[in-house]
Design a protein around this ligand. Sequence first.
Ligand code: EPU
Length: 419
Amino acid sequence: MYKLLVNGGKRLAGVVEISGAKNAALPIMTAAILSKGVSTIYNIPDLKDIRTMSEMLRILGAGVSIEGNSMTINTEDLSSKEAPYELVKTMRASVLTLGPLVARFGYAKVSLPGGCAIGARPINLHLMGLEKMGADISLSQGYVIATAKRLSGATICFDLITVTGTENMMMAAVYAKGKTVLENAAREPEVVDLAEALNKMGAKISGAGTTVIEIEGVDELRPLNHSIIPDRIETGTFIAMAAITGGDVLIKGCRQDHLTSVVEKFRESGVTITEEAGGLRVVGPKRGMIRPTDITTTPYPGFPTDMQAQFIVLMTVAGGVSLVKETIFENRFMHVAELCRMGANIEIEENIAMVRGVERLFGAPVMATDLRASASLVVAALAAEGQSVIDRIYHLDRGYEKMEDKISKLGGDIRRIKE
Ligand code: EPU
């Protein structure tokens, strides 16, 4: 079991390069199922979740190979249409196989993911959408079985905004007869990246990035050839690290236009962020100069739930009280108890965390509970006085490529140890 050992208090400075976005890469990998042949995807991040999705595609019969950050997926002979529980339980995003499998083969058997550390996370809206397109849905032994000779275009209005739900329906609709309209669709950049990848394959999708997406069904798609957008959450996490250590970091290869609400909030808290050639330069305020700032997580273009934990850490050392409201997931304050063990003063009432700024955090042994909570503990440990040991970092490895190498290059004292 690996842990991270961090000696806090070092100012981060230098240049960091952002990797491809996990949450764009995962659906785009499943989009390869829609065609017959060899798809190529570039800027794939080297992550545990990507390896799990590769395994998933291999179980379906695809040939997957990775060289550096490029991946090829050969879907010439897909032999299985079943996403087994053993894999789905380790990664919920496996449910993204549902739409493409039903679209191409008229049949999919996908394990229901069940709850996870951050909330119940049902997939009822994915199933509602497929039913509206004429699929027959049944549940058996924890599996969803979806069948349809050919899906038909339909108008699907989501009760609430769902990212993977929108992506699954977009992929299901590409071969449907006629036009599908997705209303109250997710506008996340990852949804737009998937739509662009599908359009390159020959799909007819318009409106991605707005609340209404239209998909005109086609008869055939060619294999895909696409480069994944940079990870906006990794970018935001490095902004938090530079900010809290009073650092000076140039974040290269990121997309500023995907980070407007995040950058706005960091600026409000006193962090200087400027656009420079090739990236964002982040200069953290001097110790004691961080301003308390309230945030509310909302779907894109609002402040992302995936940045809430990292932002809270900055607020723990702000000069006053900040209110952080989480509206997306019901159990996404797991990091708070760990941060309090490092000296933070945070009270939670329902979905609001009241963060009272303290002068400094202190190193401690802490435990990661999910991906973004783990990232927040790294942010905290970098700023804390003394040593921290972060346990259960397999969560971190699911979504951050070479995080400790990138931090070390910026001057952070961080090391992976085996215990
Ligand atoms: N929801 C339902 N029914 C559904 C679908 C969603 O009630 O059928 C609810 C969820 O329980 C949640 C809300 O709707 O309360 C929004 O969930 P959404 O479906 O948008 O989340 P997701 O698609 O499962 C993706 C990301 C998450 C990210 C969320 C929100 C991927 C693979 N995952 O999850 O990323 O937090 O959108 O932006 O794209 C992460 O990377 O750490 C991560 C958790």
